[in-house]
Write a protein that binds this ligand. Structure first.
Ligand SMILES: [Zn+2]
Length: 378
């Protein structure tokens, strides 16, 4: 086994990851669940929150994988938030920063049994519809009853249909009635299911994996299908709550500009055309999916994502003008000044003197120390 990082090394890694986000102009993220469950997963962020060194607003969604065997993840979630360390949706663990470290519900995997892990080099994973319906009626139901927001990973339309069949049924007995819930990825969702999600008051958090893996998708599913994956135009025009995500750190790049470039130009990072011309977004629409659109998923749409009086003081100065540079430059955009909560959290070029000093990189042999971070900062 390779040497495991110490707690201090993990905190250092987190500091430099956040620095990387700030470098691309990111001031808030949602930690959408990972290998460690609540409350253990939050301890590293707590260290930074306590000393007021958390340079990004970082609400979290909790994913309980258990210890590797078959488990009921929804039951584990309920146990964690009611017994192990009681917490309610919207409760902020950060002592001072608004929405600094807030619990935002369960997800984005709610069951290993109905998880349609997406790998575009392989055929779609289709879950037995009855199994999906049963899961929603038995387990998602428990979250709805307790008014716990949830996010559900479903990539393929074939699996979204039975999920919605059952959620519509749940809604008849216990109305969702504004409870925040969303589908994650929903890569191949069709127009009919888009309307059904909207009707149930849900949102869709897309991801930009096609920007990276579009060529693989074409080989497996064909170009025609790729051109409308996902149906960006239809989704935006529906007016439903919609975000683009990076699906980082585990599944894709954390750099939002790679995704923005794909939505606007229709091209993957390899240069292939993978979005139909009438399925691309304007620069304003694409940016909105990473700003005010995404704020809905944090329950902060009236506080974040717009530069206006009354909104939180998070904004960036970019190294070039996003609205006028040529399309092929969008993916290389980065920040020269990132302000979060009225404080400078990142500065470069003319603003580098304002950048907060970072602690020594741990472990001492970390490649970041010698080569810089992603996209060659050094
Ligand atoms: Zn996912």
């Amino acid at each position: 086994m390779v040497p495991q990082p110490t707690f201090d090394e993990e905190v250092s890694s987190l500091i430099y990851s956040i620095h990387g986000l700030n470098r691309f102009g990111v001031t808030s993220i949602i930690d959408n669940g990972g290998r460690w469950p609540y409350p253990e997963a939050q301890t590293r962020v707590d260290v930074l929150a306590r000393d007021n060194r958390l340079n990004v607003r970082m609400p979290f969604v909790d994913l309980q994988l258990g210890d590797g065997g078959p488990v009921n993840m929804v039951d584990l979630e309920l146990e964690a938030i009611t017994k192990t360390a009681a917490i309610s949706p919207g409760q902020n663990l950060h002592p001072t920063l608004a929405h600094g470290h807030e619990y935002r519900g369960a997800g984005e995997v709610l069951s290993g049994e109905v998880h349609d892990h997406e790998n575009f080099d392989r055929p779609a994973v289709i879950i037995e519809p009855e199994k999906m319906r049963r899961f929603v009626e038995q387990d998602v139901m428990k979250l709805v009853q307790r008014r716990i927001p949830f996010r559900m990973h479903v990539s393929y339309n074939e699996n979204i249909s039975p999920f919605l069949d059952a959620l519509e049924k749940v809604n008849e007995t216990i109305p969702l009635d504004g409870l925040k819930w969303s589908l994650e990825h929903a890569e191949t969702i069709n127009p009919e299911n888009i309307d059904r999600v909207k009707k149930l008051g849900g949102g869709i958090a897309l991801d930009a994996k096609m920007a990276l893996h579009g060529d693989g998708f074409i080989k497996t599913h064909g170009r025609e299908k790729a051109l409308e994956t996902p149906r960006l135009r239809k989704l935006v025009d529906s007016g439903m709550p919609l975000a683009m995500t990076t699906d980082a750190f585990r599944a894709a790049t954390f750099n939002p500009w790679v995704g923005i470039s794909w939505m606007v130009s229709g091209k993957s990072v390899s240069g292939s055309e993978i979005l139909a011309k009438d399925n691309r977004l304007s620069r304003t629409e694409a940016l909105k999916l990473f700003t005010n659109g995404a704020a809905w998923f944090m329950n902060t749409e009236s506080e974040m994502g717009v530069i206006a009086p009354g909104y939180l003081a998070d904004f960036v100065v970019l190294d070039r003008d996003y609205f006028t540079v040529s399309e092929d430059q969008i993916k290389s955009i980065s920040s020269v000044l990132t302000i979060m909560d009225g404080e400078v959290v990142f500065g470069a070029q003319d603003y580098s003197a304002l950048s907060p000093k970072l602690p020594e990189i741990l472990p001492a042999w970390s490649p970041v120390k010698y080569f810089g971070s992603y996209h060659g900062e050094k």
